[in-house]
Structures are given as C-alpha cells and as structure tokens.
Design a protein around this ligand. Structure first.
Ligand code: BDR
Ligand code: CA
Length: 313
C-alpha cells in the first residue's frame, strides 16, 4: 500500500477525493491536514471531519494547519462551493474531534518517523501547509516520496483570474517553494480537470448507488455544477481534486509531460500563473510531471465503482 497524507480545503471535490482515498485498499491514509482555501480553516477542518464520518472513518487523524497563506491575506471561493464550503446536502455536525497537534507538525513528524521516501503528499488546496513544513524542517524535503497535487494550468490558463488557477493563486509563494523543492512532483492542472466534467449522467450514476453516500456525492455535484456550467457553458463542473487520488491508483488514466513549471509571484496581472515550459524551449530543468489528458469515462467509472465499496449508511 502507498502511504499518503492528504492536505485539503474541502470543497465538494476535495470531499470526493477523500472518499476515494478511503475507499481504496491500495492507499494508506496516515492523516488528513486541513488548510484555509475554499473557505476559512474552521470550516475546512470541520468539513474534513464530516467527510471522514460519512465514510465511516471517525478514527482518521484530522489536523488543522495554517489559517492564512504564507504572506498574503486569504482569498476564498464561496462563490463556487457555497458558504460552508460543502453546500448541497444538509450534513450533521461531526462528532469526531480534531487532533490537538498543528497540521504542519503532523506532516513534519510523520515524514521523520517513516522510512525516507515512503510517504507521498497529496495537496488538494493552497500549498501553505506543505511549504510551511519545508521551511520549518528543511530535513523533511528529501524524505518526501512524491507530491501529487491539484493546481496550476497552462493551456487552460485560469479560473480565479484570467491567468491563474485558484490553489496556486491563493498562495503563490508557497507554490514557488514547493516547485523549487526538488521533490518529484506530479501536477493535475485545469488542463486535466476541465476534461473531467461531472455531467448529468455521471452524477446520476452516483445517485444510483442507492446509498446515503451516493446521494450525498450527487447532491454535492448538483450544487457544485451550477457555478461552472453557468459561467463556462460546459456540460458539468470539473471534478478537480479526485484526479490526484485516482492517479495514485490508476496512473494509466492520465498522460502528461515532465517539464519545468515556474510560478509567478510578482506581477499583479498574472500573479499565481504557472508558466509551463511545455515545448522545452528553455534550459530550465524539469521539476514536475504536468498532466494534460485524462480518460474521463474511465475515471468516472473507477470513482463510481470505488465509492460503492464504502460502508452503506
Ligand atoms: C481547485 O480550487 C478549489 O476550488 C477546488 O477544490 C480545487 O482544489 C480548482 O481550481
Ligand atoms: Ca481543493
């Protein structure tokens, strides 16, 4: 099994990514750290606990990490995810409690405690917690097996500004630290996720599972869908974050290139833009596998199959 730490800002798509990980025997989730992003930290950590309980995993260690980006005020995305971050179905308050330790300390201690290069980090939100951990404990960087993250865009440019994807835009300094860290990185940018659309028939397949979990996922997607379909005129909303988890188990669903990716941290106009040397025009060394394509039917079939295996409530 592959050991991972999920770092997240739920978010309906983060929630589905967490469910996919918890439904996958190939993956051992060591803990989940929440970060401020789609909504403020008190909501992202609460939502993480809601999702763990929904999956029947109240035993999962959940930690709160950073409440704001490294050096900027937090920008949130209630316009996409709703006021709670998990708008759609009515969810009961979680009974499971948050672990007292800071999320960044959990990341550092776990990487130090496990054999080197056996823990993969899966960031699904702004990269604040990951960069903070690298700053506080530079020794952990070379112990990370891989970072598989959702963020960035190249041909698809931006979703929060014309030039930038939300996760990178919220904390571009953190993204810069991570991209320069030397850790093997796999990125799921908008180029991939804008091809993973939760269309009506795909949403109905979740509902047809006939479980509370299946209905909840369908209702999250019904909510999540409204913003993107109205704004971009697509057939459904991109299901961003589950691509990260799907890649760990079924990498053959994705296709990309190992290239240089640099993030803009200065310009006001293009702040948070990921500049991808996709055509290898420069001498800049490759630092990330930047994904471009997904087998979307295969991905949704896989996700639906896996979610069917979670405990029925
Ligand atoms: C990313 O931003 C958030 O709104 C989603 O959860 C995803 O991680 C997409 O740009
Ligand atoms: Ca997210």
């Amino acid at each position: 099994t592959r050991k991972i730490i999920i770092d997240t800002d739920p978010g309906q798509d983060d929630a589905i990514a967490i469910l996919l990980a918890l439904a996958s025997p190939e993956i051992d989730v060591l803990g989940i750290t929440a970060v401020a992003g789609n909504v403020p930290l008190p909501l992202t950590e609460r939502n993480t606990r809601v999702v763990c309980e929904l999956a029947g995993r109240a035993d999962m260690p959940v930690y709160a990490g950073c409440e704001a980006p490294l050096s900027r005020p937090l920008i949130t995305a209630e316009h996409v995810h709703g006021g709670t971050g998990l708008d759609g179905p009515v969810m009961t308050e979680p009974a499971m409690t948050l672990r007292p330790e800071h999320g960044v300390d959990f990341i550092i201690e776990t990487l130090r405690a496990k054999p080197s290069k056996t823990v993969t980090l899966c960031p699904l939100g702004p990269l604040t917690n990951i960069a903070k951990a690298m700053q506080q404990a530079p020794d952990i960087t070379e112990r990370i097996q891989e970072i598989v993250l959702m963020g960035g865009a190249y041909f698809e440019v931006g979703n929060i500004t014309p030039a930038a994807e939300f996760n990178i835009f919220v904390d571009p300094e953190a993204a810069d630290i991570v991209l320069r860290s030397g850790v093997p990185i796999t990125m799921m940018p908008l180029d991939v996720t804008h091809k993973a659309l939760a269309t009506k028939p795909r949403i109905e397949a979740f509902r047809a599972l006939g479980t509370t979990l299946g209905t909840t996922v369908a209702e999250w997607l019904d909510f999540f869908e409204r913003f993107d379909t109205q704004k971009y005129g697509t057939d459904g909303a991109p299901l961003h974050d589950p691509c990260v988890i799907a890649y760990l188990i079924a990498p053959q669903l994705f296709e990309g290139r190992h290239v240089n990716v640099t993030v803009e941290t200065g310009s006001e106009l293009t702040l948070g833009m990921t500049v991808v040397d996709f055509w290898r025009i420069t001498e800049r060394a490759a630092n990330a596998t930047f994904m471009q394509n997904i087998d979307a039917d295969g991905f949704f079939a896989f996700l639906t199959e896996r979610l069917a295996t979670l405990p029925h409530t």
